[in-house]
Design a protein around this ligand. Sequence first.
Ligand code: ADP
Length: 456
Amino acid sequence: MRDKIFKNIWLVSMASFFLALALSIGVIYGVFSNQNREKLKTEAESLISAIENGERDILKDASLFSQTRVTLVNRDGIVEFDSASAAVGENHGDRREIIDAFEKGLGQSSRYSETLSEKTENYAVRLKDGSVLRVSDSQISLFSVLAEMAYPFLLAIAAALVISFLLASKLSKNITRPVLEMNPNLPDSRFVYKEFKPFIEKIQNQNRQIHAQMEEMQASHEKQEAMRREFTANVSHELKTPLTSISGTAEIIKNNLVKPEDVPHFADNIYKEASRLIVLVEDIIKISQLEENRIPQSRENLDLLPAAESVKERLESAAASAGVKLSVSGESAVINGIPQVIDEIIYNLCDNSIKYNKCGGTVDIRISKESEKACLSVSDSGIGIPAEEISRIFERFYRVDKSHSKEIGGTGLGLAIVKHGALLHGAVPRVESTPGVGTTVYLEFDAVPQNTAGNN
Ligand code: ADP
C-alpha cells in the first residue's frame, strides 16, 4: 500500500512541477513578445509622424536610435529603403504584413528563421503616399530559450526529482503509519484521518459480527455438548432399566427360586425386555444415520398414499387390540424421498396415535395435494398433548407422561426420528393438539410435478 501511495504522490508532484514550469516559460515568453511588439509599434509611429512631417531623412538615422530594422516599400512592393541595406530593390509585396498594410493600413507578422533559433516580429503601416513603412525586430525564439536554458532546466528537474522523492517518501509514511499501526481488533477512528472513518466503521461492524457469530457458535457448541451429555445419560438409563430386569430375572431362575410352572412367565419377561433393548438400539442407530445423512437407501419418486396404506396394514392388528379404528384418506401425492425414511415417519406417527388413544378412538392418515406441496397429516382422537409440552415432544427420550411410559411402550425416540427424517426431506413437523380431544401432526413435502412423477 505504501509503495503505491508513494508512487502516486511522486507522480503527481512531478507532473505539477512540469506543468508549472511549462506554464511559467510560456507566460514569460508571451509577455516578452508582447513588449517587443509594443516597442515596434511605438517606434513605427514616431517614424511615421516624422516622415509625414517631411523629415524623411530621419530614415537614414533610424538605425541609430534602435536595434530595429526599418524598411520602406513603395506602392509596387519594391523596397526603396532598408536600414539593413540588404533588401533595397527587392520586391516585398508578397510578405504577409506588407499585403495587410496595403489592404487595411496595418499589418503584423512573425517569422521564424530557418534554424528556428530566431523569431522576427514585423509591424507595417501604410503611409499617406501609399508606400508602406515596416519596422522589424528579431528576438530569440522559444526553442532557443529552451536550448540555452537546458542546463539550468536539467538541474532544476533533477533537484525537483530528488526533493519530491524525499517528500513523497515522508508523506506516504505519514499517511500509512496510523493505518498500519491500527489494531484491527480494536480500530479507533480518533487516531486516523476522518476520510478513514467509514472504513474503520466497516471493520468495527465486521468485528461486532464476528464476535456475535463466535458467541453464537460457542452457545450452539455448548448446547450441542449439553444435548450430547443428556443423550448419553438417557441412553445409559434406557439401556440399564431392561438390562437390570433381564439380569435380575435370569439370576432368580439361575438360583432355582422360580417354580417350574412360573419359568415361562419369567422367560417371557426376559424376552420382552430384550426385545425392548433391540428396538431401542435400532432407534438409536436410525437417529444417528438420519443425523449424519447416512441412509443406505437413495431417493426416488414415491407416492404417499400407498405408503400410508402399507403402514395401515402393518398396524391394523395393534389398532384393533387397542380398540382404535385406523383409516387412510385423500389422494395420491408423489414426492422425491427415501422410502425407508418416509415409511418410518408415517409408522411412528401412526403408532403414537394408536398408543396415545382411547378405546373406541380413531386414527386417520390423510394425504392431500396443495399447489406444489404434498401434505401428510395423522390425526387421532386420543389423549392429546398439553400446549406447553408440544415444543418438547420432538426431543430425544422426552415423554409427556413419564410414569406410564413403560406400560405404553416406545423408546422415547419415535418423534425425534420423525423430526430428523422430515428435515432430511425439507419438511418441519407441525403439531395441533387439545388434551382430551386429540392430536394432529402435519408435514408438507415438495410434490413432484405430475408430468415428471413417473421418472426417478
Ligand atoms: P414414545 O416412544 O414415548 O412414544 P415419541 O418420541 O414417539 O416417544 O413421543 C414422545 C412423547 O410425545 C410421548 O411419550 C407422548 O407423551 C407424546 N406423544 C406423541 N404422540 C402423541 C399423540 N399422538 N398423542 C398424545 N401424546 C403423544
